[in-house]
Design a protein around this ligand. Structure first.
Ligand SMILES: Nc1ncnc2c1ncn2[C@@H]1O[C@H](COP(=O)(O)OP(=O)(O)OP(=O)(O)O)[C@@H](O)[C@H]1O
Ligand SMILES: [Mg+2]
Length: 243
């Protein structure tokens, strides 16, 4: 099971929207079983899921205190991907979720306020030692601010090569527990999410491959063979790389 944590210290950046959309897209793409987890006391993702009439993805109830045990149980139940929505501002809660994440997605709006808040989220991810990808959300593809934001973010780390544009259907689709892929399957917004999930899935595969490689890295002592250390292995999906 791989865990995708959607985190940003900044409120309203699109964490819940992207958590629900990516989980549904992973499910629709046949990449499941998929579950969502809501670690935000506001409970927006849980409320969205409760309104959902369509089967999949599953919802896993947990608390920050029981997170580790619950993740073990979900792993044993055979979930392949877990999407964890997190609260804004609450550093301790975000750090706790990041600790268990295989990949951290940081939705960031192309606004000076969001960009200024990036450093705090980045510090938490660096402390957790986890791979991180920025997702520009609420973008206007024709706006200079959007381009500037993507460039600015690329100085901090990997930026997903797809912009999630600001579209009313992204918000309205979630009213009754659906997503834009279900309400407007032929829309550009739906296509953005399809492309975003495909990109995120590729990164997760690379991370899994790298972890499998690192697990095998201790080579039994033998003449002419040496032990490969983690530092020698090329980093995949870590900070400082532009996609
Ligand atoms: N790409 C988008 N296009 C249009 N509206 C969007 C988009 N992304 C998010 N929104 C809307 O912006 C608002 C904030 O989004 P969302 O709730 O996902 O952010 P959040 O980061 O989870 O917020 P919080 O920090 O409060 O948990 C919501 O009303 C949502 O519907
Ligand atoms: Mg939210």
């Amino acid at each position: 099971m791989q865990i995708v944590a959607i985190c940003s210290q900044k409120g309203g950046s699109g964490k819940t929207t992207l958590s629900g959309h990516l989980a549904v897209q992973a499910h629709l793409a046949g990449d499941g079983p998929v579950a969502v987890v809501d670690c935000d006391p506001q409970g927006s993702l849980a409320a969205w899921w409760n309104a959902r009439q369509i089967p999949g993805p599953d919802f896993a109830r947990t608390t920050l205190g029981s997170l580790e045990d619950d993740l073990g149980r979900l792993r044993a139940r055979g979930f392949r991907y877990l999407f964890v929505d997190t609260p804004p501002a609450a550093s301790a809660a975000i750090a706790r979720v990041m600790h268990f994440a295989d990949l951290i997605l940081v939705p960031t709006r192309p606004s000076p306020h969001d960009l200024r808040a990036v450093r705090a989220t980045l510090d938490l991810a660096e402390r957790a030692g986890r791979s991180l990808v920025f997702v520009v959300n609420g973008a206007n593809a024709r706006s200079r601010l959007t381009t500037d934001a993507a460039v600015a973010l690329s100085q901090y780390g990997t930026v997903a090569p797809v912009l999630v544009t600001h579209k009313i259907v992204m918000a309205s689709s979630m009213i009754d527990g659906r997503t834009v892929m279900e309400t407007h399957p032929d829309s550009p917004s739906a296509q953005e999410i399809v492309t975003l999930w495909s990109y995120v899935r590729d990164r997760l595969v690379k991370i899994a491959n790298r972890e499998a490689f690192l697990r095998r890295r201790v080579v039994p002592a033998g003449f002419g063979r040496r032990q490969i250390t983690g530092e020698e292995v090329p980093e995949v999906g870590t900070l400082g790389e532009v996609a």
